[in-house]
Design a protein around this ligand. Structure first.
Ligand code: NAP
Length: 353
């Protein structure tokens, strides 16, 4: 007899598994899957492998082996019914003998859709839409934004003083925040397919924009480094052009154009690392889906502010955000926010729709 909590626990774990591979699966969704045996005990788990590798369900089923028979599969996205680079996951679940499949998010594309119907036709009980909002808001958000809006999901990251300065008046900006916050930025980069800065930041700070460990060594898969440099100001010796990671220097005239360029390169999650001018352009275009602000308990009183001119002249026009979470980080604070209203003409909800 399964406990009533077995499935919610498995779904929470499946979401975690999806998050654990965020930034490694694009253009595919970061899905998580857990297999429970007939008694409700977890016997297998999996997450989407990099493109060409097995889907979450297939890895979880392989781990579960015979114990999947008579059991339940808990997945964040409806198992696919089509043969892409890998076979249909719905068929793998049928072959494994599971009797129940619990799904958070229905497959939104026609190409891969029909998995739930195929499972039901094979006599499997299917529950669709379980804790859907949580899953849509988590690891699936970048992919869903891609499906619905044909553009990558954008996370804007900024480090500022208490008075919202991102550099001192003399241009120095290292370091506003402490080690822990800076390490968190490297972890955040690792969850993204591309890291974007404007030419101002590239020229002033000469950042390398790689994912590095505490000892400063570049680690693992590196996101695409992107500099938007419409006037060709980037020096050939810039660190962002070194061979530590791939780099794309873009001449895109607008954030929307840049997003289209990156989408075509299979980028589904972008980390916008500034600076204030480029961030303002993204915010004005309604192209920031999440903000991660690192606030240091310091004051500068002068220097560039964390965002440039947004074209807002009255309180009623203020861009507003909802705080998702707030974490102390060493001596600093991290605030994660989602916009509740864009200036860019379209309303946003947490599901990315
Ligand atoms: N603390 C932090 O988190 C942080 C992060 C980043 C930067 N910063 C600081 O910010 C300062 C640099 O500020 P910034 O505003 O000059 O940097 P920026 O926003 O990185 O660069 C601005 C430049 O981006 C280019 N650009 C490309 N596409 C654009 C678009 N669609 N709209 C507007 N501009 C676009 C423009 O130059 P072209 O027309 O030539 O392309 C523009 O002059 C530095 O002091 C740096 O230290 C701080």
């Amino acid at each position: 007899m399964t406990t009533p909590l077995a499935e919610p626990r498995a779904m929470a774990r499946a979401r975690e598994l999806g998050l654990s591979v965020l930034g490694t699966t694009s253009p595919n969704p970061a899905v998580g899957a857990v297999i429970l045996d007939s008694a409700g005990t977890p016997v297998g788990e999996g997450a989407t492998a990099p493109p060409g590798g097995p889907h979450a369900e297939v890895t979880a089923l392989a781990q579960a082996g015979e114990r999947a028979r008579g059991g339940t599969a808990v997945v964040t996205l409806e198992p696919c019914a089509h043969t892409g680079r890998t076979g249909p996951c719905a068929d793998a679940l049928i072959a494994a003998g599971v009797v129940r499949v619990v799904i958070a998010v229905p497959e939104p594309t026609e190409l891969a859709g029909g998995g739930a119907d195929r499972l039901r036709a094979a006599g499997i009980a299917v529950e669709l839409g379980v804790e859907r909002a949580e899953a849509e808001d988590g690891a699936l958000a970048p992919w869903l934004t891609g499906v619905r809006e044909h553009r990558p999901f954008v996370v804007w990251k900024v480090a500022a003083t208490l008075d919202g300065r991102v550099a001192a008046a003399d241009g120095s900006s290292r370091w506003i925040t402490g080690e822990q916050a800076r390490a968190a930025v490297h972890r955040l980069r690792a969850t993204c397919d591309a890291v974007v800065v404007g030419s101002g930041t590239a020229v002033t700070d000469d950042p390398q924009l790689t994912v590095r460990d505490a000892d400063g060594r570049t680690t693992g898969r590196q996101p695409l480094r992107v500099v938007v440099d419409r006037r060709g100001r980037l020096a050939p010796t810039a660190r962002v052009l070194d061979d530590a990671a791939p780099t794309h220097v873009s001449r895109a005239g607008t954030p929307a154009e840049l997003m289209a360029e990156l989408f075509d390169r299979d980028v589904r999650r972008v980390l916008l690392e500034g600076g204030p001018t480029l961030a303002a352009a993204f915010l004005r275009a309604g192209l920031v889906d999440e903000a991660v602000v690192h606030l240091a308990p310091t004051l500068l009183g002068a220097g560039p502010s964390l965002v440039g001119d947004l074209g807002i002249s009255t309180m009623a026009g203020a861009l507003s955000f909802r705080i998702v979470d707030l974490l102390p980080m060493g001596g600093d604070v991290q605030i994660r926010l989602r916009p509740t209203r864009h200036t860019g003409g379209h309303q946003h909800t947490d599901g990315g729709s």
